[in-house]
Design a protein around this ligand. Structure first.
Ligand code: UDP
Length: 434
């Protein structure tokens, strides 16, 4: 590999690696969530800036075309690695060699120097990205999205800890990457503290919100489209149903609100939008059973995953959107709900602490005691003027995030990673020449 390769040339094509979740999947259940949205939104905007993106993802069905032109400048390459269906996430590491081999083969079918950078998402992809980077002589930029050590430090009761193979795999990727993209300052600090990342190699780039889609929307109009009466108090949870996201905290909080104020009976409603995911798949009906055990009956409605455009009405119809997660590296749902003009009651953890501005765009609740959520949600629906004030603050707060900014900052990160790589290679070549 020549020292000059992969540097000092325009950024034309990026290989984006997303092994375990396809950008073509609908988010809100299984492995498809915020990372899918992130990859799609970023790829789309990079393409609009003249950088072509190939997203490599594992084929999970024999029906999938090997190559899908998702939109101008964005292609999804379905990589055959392991059985199409039924491969548990825990078994994915065994397929990484096959996956990497296919990625290298695809690149080799083009003229030399086809990709100018690799951007990997989640540690599994980072393992593949590190290999590709070494072979192609281009920079590896990596986004963790979630981190096992951070997740294990704040597990929900009874949730399964992330295994050592993931922790070690993440450490390897952090050590290999030319540049790490963190969603927030907090995540950047965690990378340094828990994974020994070089602070100079960590760049903070906030994810965005599609502010054309998630625009301030009238609550009553949204309710009439959804068939929800205007006099209801509606609390909404949106996301993948798993212990980490703690939708049970909202359900328990609603039960306490009803117990304390019997006047709310028949007027308080909870909507849980999304499907089972992760360790939530082990007991997919647990939340339904909990609602029944708490005697909530019709007060909790379960809505299967909704396409993103359809979420606007669910966010807008809510008096408050509740995000009681044990951990979030960012929290797209909180940002999207605010963009629509709905206050967010969220756990004071991870990225939610920067996405939600306490007492300005929502309320941050320390810990996961349902009583505290009942109190905060009770304030939003009962305290005169509070919801209106927070709703106005929510729109302002969400205005800080845009995918356009994410794409510009990510492009700058690719360029600085390429510059740094060139400097490293030149320094090494000089040492060898001495
Ligand atoms: N989402 C969706 N439909 C659903 C539920 C969720 O499109 O029924 C999307 C939601 O709009 C958000 C993403 O899934 O963009 C979830 O991202 P978040 O950062 O909140 O959580 P993650 O899935 O990354 O843990």
């Amino acid at each position: 590999m020549s020292v000059a390769r992969g540097v000092d040339r325009p950024l034309r094509r990026v290989a984006m690696i997303s092994v375990h979740t396809s950008p073509l999947d609908r988010p809100g259940t299984g492995d498809a969530g915020g990372m899918n949205v992130y990859v799609v939104e970023l790829a789309r905007r990079l393409a609009r800036r003249g950088v072509e993106v190939d997203v490599f993802t594992r084929a999970t069905s024999s029906e999938l075309e090997p190559l899908v032109h998702a939109e101008d400048g964005v292609r999804v390459q379905h990589v055959t690695a392991g059985p199409f269906e039924g491969l548990a996430k825990a078994d994915l590491p065994a397929q990484l060699c096959a996956f990497a081999r296919e990625v290298l083969r695809t690149e080799a079918s083009h003229e030399p120097g086809w990709y100018d950078a690799v951007h990997s998402h989640y540690w599994l992809s980072g393992q593949v990205g590190a290999l590709a980077r070494d072979r192609w002589g281009v920079p590896l930029v990596h986004s963790m999205h979630t981190m096992a050590k951070v997740k294990n430090a704040s597990l929900a009761d009874g949730d399964t800890p992330e295994p050592a193979v993931r922790v070690i795999g993440e450490e390897q990727v952090v050590a290999a990457a030319d540049l790490l993209i963190a969603n927030t300052d907090d995540e950047a600090r965690e990378l340094v503290e828990h994974y020994d990342a070089d602070p100079a190699l960590v760049e903070v780039v906030a994810p965005g919100v599609d502010l054309d889609l998630f625009t301030p929307t009238d609550r009553d109009a949204a309710r009439s489209r959804l068939g929800i009466a205007p006099d209801k108090h509606l609390l909404v949870f949106v996301g993948r149903i798993q212990p980490l996201k703690a939708p049970d905290v909202l359900v328990r909080a609603a039960a306490q609100m009803l117990q304390r104020d019997p006047g709310l009976a028949g007027r308080l409603e909870v909507a849980v939008v999304g499907g089972p995911s992760g360790s939530g798949l082990e007991r997919p009906t647990a939340l339904v059973e909990l609602a029944a055990d708490l005697g909530l009956g019709d007060a909790v409605r379960f809505v299967p995953p909704v396409e993103r455009a359809g979420l606007v009405d669910w966010y807008a119809a809510a008096d408050a959107v509740c995000v009681p997660s044990y951990n979030e590296s960012f929290g797209l749902v909180a940002a999207e709900a605010q963009a629509v003009g709905t206050p967010v009651v969220a756990a004071a953890v991870g990225g939610l602490r920067s996405v939600v501005r306490h007492d300005e765009s929502g309320l941050l609740v320390p810990g996961h005691d349902p009583a505290d959520y009942a109190a905060a949600l009770g304030r939003v629906i009962g305290e005169p003027g509070l919801r209106e004030r927070l709703a106005a603050g929510a729109v302002r707060s969400a205005g800080r995030f845009s995918w356009e900014h994410t794409a510009d900052a990510t492009l700058a990160a690719y360029r600085s990673a390429a510059r740094r790589r060139r400097e490293d290679l030149l320094a090494r070549a000089e040492m060898m020449g001495r």
